[in-house]
Ligand binder design. Structure first.
Ligand code: NAD
Length: 495
């Protein structure tokens, strides 16, 4: 790989200091920590962390704001959310650059993330005005009115990989349903989260305390938030093990918990598929966002008659992928988020050569400017034992395993041979097979002849170790509400 003009895409960066004086919604008076650019190691932001007292202050402010006009005025909530979507779009260029600098992803993905977030907020801006309950005539003179009410104070805890998508996916329905929210971003992506939330906090019609934010590590700040008696619901997105811990602590006070967790998703290619499309689809499923996406199609299953040729062609594509800076428009695979994540993934790559056959490997970018970057070339590995850790564990990086299958039954068995159940893909030209296999897969989302497309209208969530509950869609709104039955009796009798 030739050395590219690295600096051509980069302008000088002055680190942000956060929270800024006008970020009153951020409760943080602790020690400073830094977020850094995965491409260069440069400091992106110097951020003040929250202490336990700050978590308490954020929750107390949220409790004071719950109920009141925010609960009772759906039109107001809709208006505030709609304006927030507009503000995200107006600030898209600035936010996308910050997202790429802090998280590493390609700039075009970052732009897509901000645009997708705006769409999600728009969807729930409309739903804020349609939080209908029900009514029923129960007996002569007796009526039941079932209201939908907010849960109260919701803690929204998010990971670093899609920090704005995953934030608004919980924030927007929680606010649309009339809750107050305290957000806690991953400590690798605090600046992009604070800057995105600041656009909402600036709305003059958002009642004080309805939006709060705390910053810092999961072990301290996240734990303090989850355990706080004033938090009534936890919407958590992150690793399955962390989710289990969050659920345990939530259970101590019987909090409502929504968990969006890890994945190890199969992508199945049948011999009757349009193989050119399946090839591009397999590359996208595994290597989009450098594989740092919970739904990554990180296990490719190919039907035997076409497997050898398909994998060879895929290998050629992968070897040609350009690994580089996310700000460089020619980059196919951007750096992973941190040096510890790079180190972790490279250990799996090392295991690949011991346990299987490396079919293809991209090349790391060469030259001095790349030396401090967290680059991991894409890798495809085949001929692994079926109990290999590479097939079982979520790697969360650009590493794809390949397995062959003989028939439909074996494809479904291999696909479901995982503790996870977040997503799956299947490629076939046979509609009946698509139906049969789609029904057989244990996954919250099954893409047929496509991959990695998400819509605000449709739910996401996991079977098995991939989660509890669903987000997005109308169900995603209901998750952030409780029902209350008001019973009216015009002539009460005692039994
Ligand atoms: P993580 O579990 O380490 O952290 C997620 C968030 O939880 C962070 O904000 C972190 O600070 C916080 N946290 C950590 N320990 C905590 C604790 N004890 N109590 C409360 N909060 C705590 O996950 P990550 O490394 O940031 O993200 C990658 C993981 O997220 C992967 O497993 C990925 O599959 C998963 N993920 C799932 C989805 C989904 O929709 N299912 C989406 C994106 C990412």
């Amino acid at each position: 790989m030739s050395t590219r003009a690295y600096s051509a895409h980069r302008t000088a960066w002055s680190p942000l200091t956060l929270p800024a004086p006008d970020h009153a919604f951020v409760h943080a008076r602790g020690e400073a920590f830094e977020s850094s650019d995965p491409a260069t190691g440069e400091v992106v932001a110097v951020v003040t962390a929250s202490r336990t007292a700050d978590v308490d202050a954020a929750v107390t402010a949220a409790r004071a704001a719950r109920g009141g006009i925010w609960r009772d005025d759906g039109a107001l909530r809709g208006k505030v959310l709609w304006r927030y979507a507009e503000a995200l779009r107006e600030n898209s260029d600035r936010l996308a650059e910050l997202l790429t600098r802090e998280q590493g992803k390609r700039l075009f993905e970052a732009r897509g993330e901000i645009a997708g977030a705006a769409e999600m907020v728009e969807f729930y801006a409309g739903q804020a005005r349609a939080l209908y309950g029900r009514s029923i005539a129960l007996k002569p003179g007796v009526h039941g009115v079932v209201l939908r009410e907010p849960v109260g104070v919701v803690a929204v805890i998010t990971p670093w990989n899609w920090p704005i998508t995953l934030l608004v996916r919980a924030l927007a329905p929680a606010l649309a349903a009339g809750n107050a929210v305290v957000a806690k971003p991953a400590s690798l992506t605090p600046a992009i989260t604070v800057e995105a939330l600041a656009l909402l906090a600036a709305d003059p019609d958002l009642p004080e305390g309805v939006l709060g934010c705390v910053l810092g590590s999961g072990a301290e700040v996240g734990h303090a938030l989850v355990s706080h008696p004033g938090v009534e619901m936890i919407a958590f997105t992150g690793e399955s093990e962390t989710g289990i811990d969050v659920m345990k602590h939530g259970a101590e006070r019987l909090k409502k918990v929504s968990l969006e967790l890890g994945g190890k998703s199969p992508n199945i290619v049948f011999a009757d598929a349009d193989l050119d499309k399946a090839l591009a689809g397999a590359e996208n499923a595994a290597f989009f966002s450098g594989g740092q996406i919970c739904t990554a199609g990180s296990r490719l299953l190919v039907e035997s008659p076409v497997a050898e040729d398909f994998v060879e062609r895929l290998g050629e594509r992968v070897a040609a992928m350009r690994v580089g800076d996310g700000l460089d428009p020619e980059t196919d695979v951007a750096p992973v988020v941190s040096s510890s994540q790079r180190h972790r993934i490279l250990e799996y790559v090392e295991l690949s050569s011991r346990e299987g056959r490396i079919v293809a490997r991209g090349e790391p970018p060469a030259g001095e400017p790349y030396e401090l970057g967290c680059y991991v070339p894409p890798t495809v590995v085949a001929d692994l034992p079926s109990d290999s850790r590479l097939i079982r564990e979520e790697i969360f990086g650009p590493l794809l395993t390949v397995q062959e299958f003989a028939d439909e039954e074996e494809a479904v068995a291999l696909a479901n041979a995982t503790e996870y159940g977040l997503a799956a893909g299947l490629w076939t030209s046979d509609l009946n097979r698509a139906w049969r296999v789609g029904r057989g897969l244990e996954a919250g989302t099954v893409w047929i002849n496509t991959y990695h497309h998400f819509y605000p209208e449709t739910e996401v969530g996991g079977f098995k170790r991939s989660g509890v509950g669903r987000q997005q869609g109308l169900v995603g709104l209901e998750e952030f509400s409780e029902t209350k039955h008001l019973n009216f009796d015009s002539n009460p009798t005692l039994w």
